[in-house]
Design a binder for this molecule. Structure first.
Ligand code: CO
Length: 213
């Protein structure tokens, strides 16, 4: 059997089992979604959002990309944030990085001659590294340097979220969502909270919007 065929078979088994345990599950979920959380995570296959927090379909709105970034010119992640905040009115946004992140590790090395597009995506992490170069370079091993940049990157992405008009407008009008920065440990399966920004957070003046209507 091909590997993709296994996925289709597993899906059939899952849907059948779910239907048996909760006969109204799909019928109810098909009507609407009311998730409380937006998750912005890494694409890494070892950090599947719903599984690591034991969540069910309908609980988490999800966006994943390499190294869980929120880049101000990326319409993909921004449109997810806008829909989550302005339509779904989610109450919490979680930016979740993970130790040992391949994207962060790659960003700390030279640019790959072959991965031209991926290089561009990682360029933003190189910029974050440049801000914290002394602290990161002072760490003795590559693993420690990667893991420190993983943590710093999460905090920077949470900050980047707070710099968007979407978040500032929602904080102003609805006093939500709360922004969380977490990091996941591949070795122990545990999440560690790093930072929380509440709707009354003071944002640096140069990132503030003049008028929020
Ligand atoms: Co990663």
């Amino acid at each position: 059997m091909e590997t993709y065929e296994k996925l289709l078979l597993q899906n059939k088994a899952w849907a059948t089992e779910k239907q048996k345990l909760e006969p109204n599950f799909f019928q109810q979920l098909s009507q609407e979604q009311t998730p409380d959380f937006l998750w912005i995570g890494c694409s890494d296959s070892r950090v599947p959002a719903e599984i690591i927090v034991n969540a069910s379909p309908g609980e988490i709105f999800i966006h994943r990309n390499i190294a869980n970034q929120l880049i101000p010119t990326d319409f993909n992640s921004l449109s997810v944030v806008q829909y989550a905040v302005e339509v779904l009115r989610i109450k919490n946004i979680i930016v979740c990085g993970h130790y040992g992140c391949g994207g962060i590790k790659a960003a700390l090395g030279k640019q790959s001659a072959n991965l031209v597009i991926t290089n561009k995506w990682l360029m933003h992490i190189k910029d974050v590294y440049r801000l914290y170069k002394d602290e990161i370079d002072s760490l003795p091993t590559e693993e420690e340097r990667v893991d420190r940049l993983v943590e710093i990157n999460v905090k920077e992405q949470v900050k980047a979220l707070s710099h968007t008009s979407i978040i500032q407008k929602s904080w102003h009008l609805h006093q939500q969502p709360v922004l969380h920065g977490w990091v996941y440990g591949l070795r122990d399966g545990l999440l560690k909270p790093l930072v929380t920004l509440y709707p009354d957070t003071q944002i640096d003046a140069i990132y503030q919007y003049e008028q929020l209507v």
